[in-house]
Every structure is written in structure tokens, then in C-alpha cells.
Design a protein around this ligand. Structure first.
Ligand SMILES: NC(=O)c1ccc[n+]([C@@H]2O[C@H](COP(=O)([O-])OP(=O)(O)OC[C@H]3O[C@@H](n4cnc5c(N)ncnc54)[C@H](OP(=O)(O)O)[C@@H]3O)[C@@H](O)[C@H]2O)c1
Length: 271
């Protein structure tokens, strides 16, 4: 991995920032992108202080032209992207009926359309090199759709499906594709999805973002098509596939309880 250029989206916090730190420690040249430039600059300073190489390119991934400019700037500075980690994404806690349309559109832009577009933009460089690795961050919600994250789940189902086809398409060119699907991770996701200043509640047993970063690093060393982390979610995914009606009942109930909890948190109650 030493000296290879890796473009990490959503590097300003959570899984993206942890992955950037981890891969920079392994000697990779990391390109950090997200909207919050101050966060990216602080992380780049930290990486450089430890002898690593980091480049900051702020971008709003919902913007077509920002995505084009991002890849152009990486290539001008450091040549072709050898590893692309499509990690940026966000969710929204709410019923389908109540989710504002702008949020639905933006979520699809950032979570899946930006992913497809960035792949299109980096592929010519990878094809020229004759190698590459694309890692797409999905979610367990990309296999099990649970309200009140139904729209988010739809974007992540798309990520899983896109990654499967992409893997089959790119195998002959020596370009690996891995889709990684974490269960709950302790990041700023909950705050962003609820619009609250404080996370409305951590799911018990949530992972540290570093665990996901390490799994990504392992996949880069030894490419695998799919990772579900933690592995205890694999049986749940199979049960959901085999017995969806059984899961329906529990998921719907849990979704309603979560919405009530959010309602309380939003109105300043104890939740
Ligand atoms: N946390 C979980 O429980 C969990 C579980 C499974 C999967 N995931 C997935 O993991 C990925 C990372 O999320 P996280 O948990 O680390 O959450 P996070 O801490 O909220 O990080 C999300 C990242 O996405 C970036 N982002 C959001 N909108 C963007 C936009 N329009 N343009 C550019 N960057 C944008 C954010 O940067 P800026 O705000 O600075 O732009 C931030 O760096 C997401 O795809 C998420 O769906 C999370």
C-alpha cells in the first residue's frame, strides 16, 4: 500500500477520518475530501506531523462540477487515483411520508450518484495503470431496510447492487471492488440524521470507527467482495431474506418506538 494514492470521501469525520489516519500510517498518500475544510485541514496537519502525506480538496459531493474538479485536482497533483474509498453519506430519521423531497434527492446524490460518478471519473486512470481498488461503504441497512431509515436504506441497497455489478465488470481489468457494510458505528451519523445537536441515542454495541478503518485496510491488503461488520449481522441478513414477514413485525415496532423517542428528543424531553 506504501506510496499509493487513496481518495477518501467523507474524510472530515467518523469512518472517513479514521480510515484516513489508518491508511496514512500504512504509508498511503491520502486525499481528504468533504465539505468542512477546517476539519480536513486539521486532519491533514495531524497526518503530516506524523510523517504522512495528505492533500485536502474540499467538495460538495452533491455537486456534479465539484466531483469533476475533485478528481481533476487529485490527478494534477498526484496522478491517477489508485484506491477510491466512497464513504461520504448521510441518513435522515423520518417516515417516507414526512421526509422532505430535497432531503431524498440530496441523499441519493451523495450516497449513490456521487459514488457512481466518482467511479466513472477515476476509472480511466485505473485502467491506464492496470490496477486499482474501489471500496464502497454501504451499511447493514443496505440488506435490511428498517424504518425510520427507509429512504437511507434504499440508497444503501443501491450501493450494494452497484458494487456487485461493478465488481463483475471490473474484474478482468485487475480492478478490485469491495462493499463494506457496517452495523451501527459511533460517529456523527446520528446527529446528522436527526438534525439534533446531540446524538439522540447510541445503539448499544456500536462499533468504533477505527474498527471499520481496520477492516478497510485488511480488504486493501487481501481483496474480498463483501464485508459485513460486525459479522453477527450476517445471520440477521439471512433471516431477513428467508423470513421477511417475521422481521416485518419487529422492525415496524422498533421503528415506531424510535420515532417516538426522536419526537421527545426534538421537543427537548428526556427521550
Ligand atoms: N455511523 C453508522 O452507524 C454507519 C453505519 C453503516 C454505514 N455508515 C455509513 O458510513 C459512511 C460514513 O458515515 P459516518 O458514520 O462516518 O458519519 P459521519 O461522521 O456523519 O460522516 C459523514 C461524512 O460524509 C460527509 N458528507 C456528507 N454529506 C456530504 C456532501 N454533500 N459532500 C461531501 N461530503 C459529505 C461528511 O462531511 P461534511 O459534512 O464535512 O461534508 C462526513 O465527512 C456513510 O456512508 C454512512 O452511511 C454509517
Amino acid at each position: 500500500m506504501e506510496g499509493r494514492t487513496v481518495l477518501i470521501t467523507g474524510a472530515s469525520s467518523g469512518i472517513g477520518a479514521a480510515t484516513a489516519r489508518w491508511l496514512a500510517c500504512q504509508g498511503m498518500r491520502v486525499v481528504l475530501t468533504a465539505r468542512r475544510q477546517d476539519r480536513l485541514e486539521a486532519l491533514a496537519q495531524e497526518i503530516r506531523a506524523q510523517g504522512g502525506a495528505a492533500l485536502v480538496i474540499p467538495a460538495d459531493l452533491a455537486s456534479f462540477s465539484d466531483r469533476q474538479a475533485l478528481v481533476r485536482q487529485v490527478e494534477d497533483a498526484w496522478g491517477p487515483v489508485e484506491v477510491l474509498i466512497n464513504n461520504a453519506g448521510f441518513g435522515y430519521y423520518g417516515t417516507v411520508a414526512e421526509t422532505p423531497w430535497e432531503v431524498v434527492e440530496r441523499m441519493f446524490q451523495v450516497n449513490i450518484l456521487a459514488m457512481i460518478h466518482l467511479v466513472q471519473l477515476v476509472l480511466p486512470g485505473m485502467r491506464q495503470l492496470g490496477r486499482g481498488h474501489i471500496i464502497n461503504v454501504a451499511s447493514v441497512a443496505g440488506y435490511i431496510s428498517t424504518p425510520p431509515l427507509t429512504v437511507y436504506s434504499a440508497t444503501k441497497f443501491a450501493v450494494v447492487g452497484f458494487s456487485e455489478g461493478l465488481r463483475r465488470e471490473l474484474e478482468p481489468y485487475g480492478i478490485h471492488v469491495t462493499v463494506i457494510s457496517p452495523g451501527p458505528v459511533r460517529t456523527e451519523f446520528g446527529r446528522a440524521a436527526s438534525g439534533l445537536a446531540v446524538d439522540p441515542g447510541e445503539v448499544p454495541g456500536g462499533l468504533n470507527p477505527e474498527a471499520v478503518a481496520r477492516a478497510i485496510a485488511r480488504a486493501l491488503r487481501r481483496p474480498v467482495p463483501e464485508i459485513v461488520i460486525p459479522a453477527r449481522y450476517v445471520p440477521a441478513i439471512w433471516i431477513n431474506r428467508a423470513l421477511p414477514r417475521l422481521v416485518d413485525w419487529g422492525a415496524a415496532r422498533q421503528g415506531r418506538a424510535w420515532l417516538r423517542h426522536l419526537e421527545k428528543a426534538r421537543s427537548g424531553g428526556s427521550g
